[in-house]
Ligand binder design. Structure first.
Ligand code: UDP
Length: 474
């Protein structure tokens, strides 16, 4: 009887910033001939089903399990922590049962699980199915998470009461020269080092060393220094990104029936394409694209500060205002007349767009972003400089890298007033510094493109990953 083919199961945390890159990897692995099962929650599965191209590849299947929340729970915006808690309580047994039941007719021979779902790795170990971890944040923040025990031991976490948030931290090797307290992941802003979220993420990150490998959605050259540190403890680390670009290239070369990734967030919210003719009518590099990702929430005062800042800066803006962007779902309330007027004249508001397409539009000159890793890598790929307003988690680190290490943007972390918004937007849109940031980001975009070109590091790492999955499957 012929040996069973390698069958890889991928399991992301059911949030867009995790599902989206892991789904891209799943498609890439499928295009490269592996049997693939993509497992997610029923709620996410329903949203993804809106993407028509998903079910048509032979050897690619979706499975779903309940997340334990009531059907009408929003699971997004400010309420995603309830989702994470509910998952923790629910999913171990269900995941285990599913893995066992998937043994016939083709058993799962390898799992690629989200690094923030350590139970999934435990199940893999229990069933003796090899586990590779995917971290959907970048290497720079992963390394800071990895150093949390050192930071605690050195007395750098928790922060001393009344401390200077601009002081440099010393216990993240390689970042001593530029990483300030305020740039550490937001989970480090705790009163006690025993804080449960801090401990959970630190311990999930430390456990990465136990698994068969670690995957990042980045290009090797972008994060070379951090990767060298990471590989000193996790030697089998693959950089296979940007997955968007790899997927498009593979799709072209295989003439695949699955079609290209239709958008950066298939089926998540309905994309409003009315902004595309609006963008077409604008001059090159004249528009600030504004989006805070899929989870960030703003209070009404913050929304109004951003709005005034954008209305008063000298530039046009395209702003994604998700239906659940506001902290309190009281609608936008009355918008002051001057804002409504300014928006009519120089703004375009939408609920959701195909971000990859927008960032690639010639009219877009800068991106006001919350600095999520997917948004960061998409902006770098598109060669668009950034104004960063990080909200939480890894975004704090990403925005520091954008402003200080890669020098492709500015960081307005912890500040949200109309004057700063306007000043920073202008700094990235016009003048010598803006030119320099633009040159830098175009340079990085080329560097990242070389990683995904034939013979580039991401292609080599992808080949290695596939060889390793095959070897682990024997
Ligand atoms: N995104 C999108 N349309 C929008 C806003 C965001 O497709 O209008 C996508 C964006 O391209 C990115 C993802 O949503 O792939 C957001 O992921 P990120 O890691 O940047 O932030 P998160 O949502 O996880 O905070």
């Amino acid at each position: 009887m012929a040996a069973a083919p390698p069958h890889v199961l991928l399991l992301p945390l059911p949030l867009l910033g995790h599902v989206s890159p892991m789904l891209k990897l799943a498609k890439v692995l499928s295009l490269r001939g592996l049997l693939v099962t993509f497992l997610t929650t029923e709620h996410v599965h329903r949203r993804l089903s809106a993407d028509e191209g998903l079910n048509c590849r032979p050897g690619f299947s979706f499975r779903s399990i309940p997340d334990g929340l009531p059907a009408d729970h929003p699971r997004s915006g400010g309420q995603f922590t309830e989702l994470v808690k509910s998952l923790g309580a629910q999913i171990y047994e269900k995941y285990r049962d599913l893995l066992v039941s998937l043994r016939e007719p083709w058993p799962v021979t390898c799992t690629i699980v989200d690094g923030l779902l350590p139970f999934a790795a435990e199940v893999g170990e229990e069933l003796e199915i090899p586990v590779i971890v995917f971290r959907t944040s970048g290497p720079c923040s992963f390394w800071t998470y990895f150093c949390i025990p050192r930071l605690i031991e050195a007395g750098e976490i928790p922060f001393p009461v009344g401390c200077d948030m601009d002081e440099l931290v010393r216990s993240v090797p390689g970042m001593e020269g530029f990483l300030r307290r305020r740039d550490l992941p937001s989970i480090c802003r705790v009163k006690e080092s025993s804080d449960p979220i801090l401990q959970a993420i630190a311990s999930a990150t430390q456990r990465t060393t136990h698994y068969r490998g670690l995957i990042f959605n980045t290009g090797e050259t972008l994060d070379a220094a951090e990767l060298a540190h990471i590989r000193s403890t996790c030697p089998v680390t693959y950089t296979v990104g940007p997955l968007d670009t790899i997927l498009c290239a593979l799709d072209r070369s295989t003439g695949s029936a699955a079609g290209p990734p239709s958008s950066s967030s298939p089926g998540w919210w309905r994309e409003d394409r009315t902004c595309m003719p609006w963008l077409d009518a604008q001059s090159p590099k004249s528009v600030v694209y504004v989006s805070f990702g899929s989870l960030t929430v703003l209070s009404r005062p913050q929304l109004l500060e951003f709005w005034h800042g954008l209305a008063n800066c000298g530039h046009r803006f395209l702003w994604v205002i998700r239906p659940d962007l506001l902290e309190e779902m009281d609608g936008a309330g009355d918008i002051p007349v001057e804002l409504a007027e300014a928006t009519k004249e120089k703004g375009c508001l939408v609920e959701w767009v195909d971000q990859r397409e927008v960032l690639g539009h010639p009219a877009v000159g800068a991106f006001l972003t919350h600095s999520g890793w997917n948004s960061t890598i998409e902006a770098i790929s598109a060669g668009v400089p950034m104004i960063c307003w990080p909200f939480f988690f890894d975004q704090m680190v990403n925005s520091r890298f954008i402003s200080e290490v890669w020098r492709i943007g500015v960081d307005m972390k912890d500040t949200c007033d109309r004057a700063t918004v306007g000043r920073m937007v202008n700094e990235v849109m016009e003048g010598e510094r803006a030119d320099e940031m633009r040159r830098n980001v175009v340079g990085l975009s080329e560097m990242v493109r070389e990683c995904v070109d034939e013979g580039g590091s991401s292609r080599i790492h992808l080949d290695q990953l596939i060889d390793d999955i095959r070897a682990l499957s024997l």
